[in-house]
Structure formats: structure tokens, C-alpha cells
Design a protein around this ligand. Structure first.
Ligand code: SER
Length: 336
């Protein structure tokens, strides 16, 4: 008999590590994790980990002989800055990889005769505002505003949201096949800040990089202007939002893709928070023209009213709690 499991792709990444830690703690679920990298030592034994590539369909064929998947958290992706250096590779990983996982979910749902829940983290990168006056005016964007991404990563995320909706609602609509049941759900995350990991290859990375550098007593050159403003969220809230949406009854959802956010900060305000806890922090601003352009195209805030209304989303960490209770104590401990 096949073992029931939850599959998490990109499990060794920032969100992946936090999600594996959270879900495995309850002991309720069997976790199957997949990543190009091995899991960090502190998470050894929390999942059945496979080192592999989401572009390797033969690997999936093998997995399904052993496991029955009822949920897929598809987290694997190349982030926004990295994707601008290799846009075609980004497309392969971010789009073709997602297509492979959706196909896997479709096959699994047909075999099980039951839905497979497909959780997909999207991003503020799905938005593209044309200029700074518009960004200041339309501060809190709604899900359907400004869906004109300027990066390959943003295009990939926006398209995969659509692809997920297609697989959920219209897959093979003209074919005489067994119907699939993919229950696709997605959150658009702001910039995420973890106390335990530092992101790599993203464009919102200046926030977490500034904080982790300060905690290690290292100087930091911020690659965007002081006034650059985007929304952020502490990692525990990101995990809770994914899990709340995962658990929500389908009937409560008025859409498949939801904004979630916590607080918006300019880079100067982010620095002030960092210096409140690490007064010796040496932070300078040396904007990189290209990365600045990306951040300028991202919204200053997200309107997450629908997530609050439909499935009770509510962040636990505002800016003060995020720094005082989660980020700073854990970071101090880690680098001690
Ligand atoms: N944090 C991501 C990035 O900067 C956006 O989702 O690429």
C-alpha cells in the first residue's frame, strides 16, 4: 500500500525549512521533501528527503509508486534577481517545474479519486507599477491591480497562478477523461524575513541582509535608496498564512490567489529598526540601478482584506513584535 504524504518542493529553501519545521512538529503528517540541496542538519529526520530536480519527470514517476500525495506545497523557484541573470533557466524552473507538479497533482487526483490540494507561494513580484508617483498613490494594491510584472520571476509567478487556476477549473475541458480534482490555492507574499536563514537571489533581500549583517557586526551596503518601500512579513506569519489557507474550507474561498501582508517599511525605516537593536550597525546606501528599478515597480503595500474576510488571515507580528520577539532574539542566539 502506498504511504499517504505531503510533498514539499524547495524544502531546503527559506520558506521550505520553516514549513518543514512547523508541520513536522505536530507529528501528524508524513512529509516527503524534495530539493536540489540536502536539508540542514537541524531538520534531519523530519521528512523523507529526496535530492532531486523538479524538472526530472522520471523522479516523479518513481515517487508515485511509493506515495499517495494529498497535498503539494510547491515552493521551489529561482528568485527575482537571480532570474534576471538567467531568464530562460528561470522560466524552465519556475514555469515548467510548476507545470510538472500540476501534472503530478492531476495524476494523483485521478488515481485517488479525491482532490489534491496544491499550495503555491506567489509574490509581490506579480505586480508592476509604472512609476513612483503611481506607487505612492496606489499604496495598498488589490489582487487585480497592476498585474504587469517587470521581471521574469514576476511573469512566471503571475502565469503559474493562472496555470493553477486552469488546472483547478478547466483542465482538459473538452476531453472524455476521468475528471481531475486539483484544489489550487495561492498567497502573494511580501518580502519575507527569517531569523534562521538568509535569502539568496531575491530583490527584497536588502531587508534581511541588513539585519543579519548587523547581528554579525558586519558593515552592509544597501542596494536600494532610503525611501524604497515594500511590504514585509516575518517568516512565522508566512507559514501560518500558508497553513490557514491550506486548512480553509473551499466554500469559504472567493478566489484562488490572495494577498497577505504584515507591515510596510522604507529601507531607511528598516535600518532604524535594525539600529534600535544593534546601535553599532554600519549601514550605507549604494543603490544598484537595476535592482532599484525592480523594487520601484513593486507595490509599497498590499491590500489583504479578502484573505482576512474569507479565511480569517491576521498577522501575529507587526513590525515591533517581529523585531522584538522573533527576529532579534533568534538572530542573537544563532550568531552567538
Ligand atoms: N522575495 C522575492 C524576491 O525578492 C519576491 O517574492 O525575489
Amino acid at each position: 500500500m502506498r504511504k499517504k504524504a505531503i510533498l514539499i518542493t524547495g524544502a531546503a529553501g527559506e520558506i521550505g525549512q520553516a514549513l518543514v519545521e512547523y508541520i513536522s512538529t505536530s507529528g501528524e503528517y508524513t512529509l516527503l521533501t524534495l530539493d536540489l540541496q540536502k536539508m540542514p542538519e537541524r531538520l534531519n529526520g523530519r521528512s523523507h528527503h529526496i535530492i532531486g530536480d523538479i524538472l526530472d519527470q522520471k523522479l516523479f514517476a518513481r515517487l508515485v509508486t511509493e506515495y499517495e500525495l494529498d497535498t503539494i506545497f510547491h515552493l521551489a523557484a529561482l528568485l527575482s534577481t537571480r532570474s534576471e541573470f538567467s531568464p530562460e533557466l528561470a522560466h524552465q524552473v519556475n514555469v515548467n517545474g510548476t507545470l510538472n507538479l500540476l501534472q503530478l497533482a492531476a495524476d494523483q487526483s485521478q488515481q485517488r479519486g479525491k482532490p489534491v490540494r496544491f499550495m503555491f507561494p506567489s509574490s509581490i513580484a506579480a505586480y508592476g507599477l509604472p512609476d513612483l508617483p503611481t506607487k505612492a498613490r496606489d499604496f495598498y494594491v488589490r489582487e487585480w491591480d497592476w498585474n504587469y510584472p517587470t521581471t521574469m520571476y514576476g511573469c512566471n509567478k503571475l502565469y503559474c497562478e493562472q496555470l493553477g487556476s486552469y488546472y483547478s477549473q478547466n483542465y482538459q475541458q473538452l476531453a472524455e477523461t476521468i475528471p481531475t480534482m486539483i484544489d489550487f490555492r495561492s498567497v502573494r507574499f511580501p518580502g519575507l524575513i527569517s531569523a534562521l536563514t538568509v535569502p539568496s537571489g531575491g530583490t527584497s533581500d536588502y531587508g534581511p541582509e541588513m539585519l543579519h549583517a548587523a547581528a554579525q557586526g558586519q558593515p552592509y551596503r544597501c542596494f536600494v535608496r532610503e525611501d524604497s518601500t515594500i511590504p514585509f512579513m516575518a517568516m512565522p506569519d508566512a507559514i501560518v498564512s500558508l497553513l490557514r489557507l491550506w486548512e480553509a474550507p473551499r466554500s469559504a474561498l472567493s478566489r484562488l490567489v490572495y494577498n497577505v501582508t504584515s507591515f510596510s517599511l522604507s529601507a531607511a525605516e528598516f535600518m532604524a529598526e535594525v539600529q534600535r537593536h544593534f546601535p553599532q550597525a554600519q549601514i550605507s546606501f549604494e543603490p544598484d540601478h537595476h535592482r532599484q528599478g525592480i523594487v520601484d515597480s513593486w507595490p509599497a503595500g498590499l491590500n489583504d482584506k479578502l484573505a482576512r474576510q474569507d479565511w480569517g488571515w491576521q498577522p501575529e507580528y507587526d513590525v515591533a513584535r517581529a523585531f522584538d520577539d522573533y527576529l532579534v532574539p533568534n538572530i542573537r542566539q544563532m550568531y552567538h
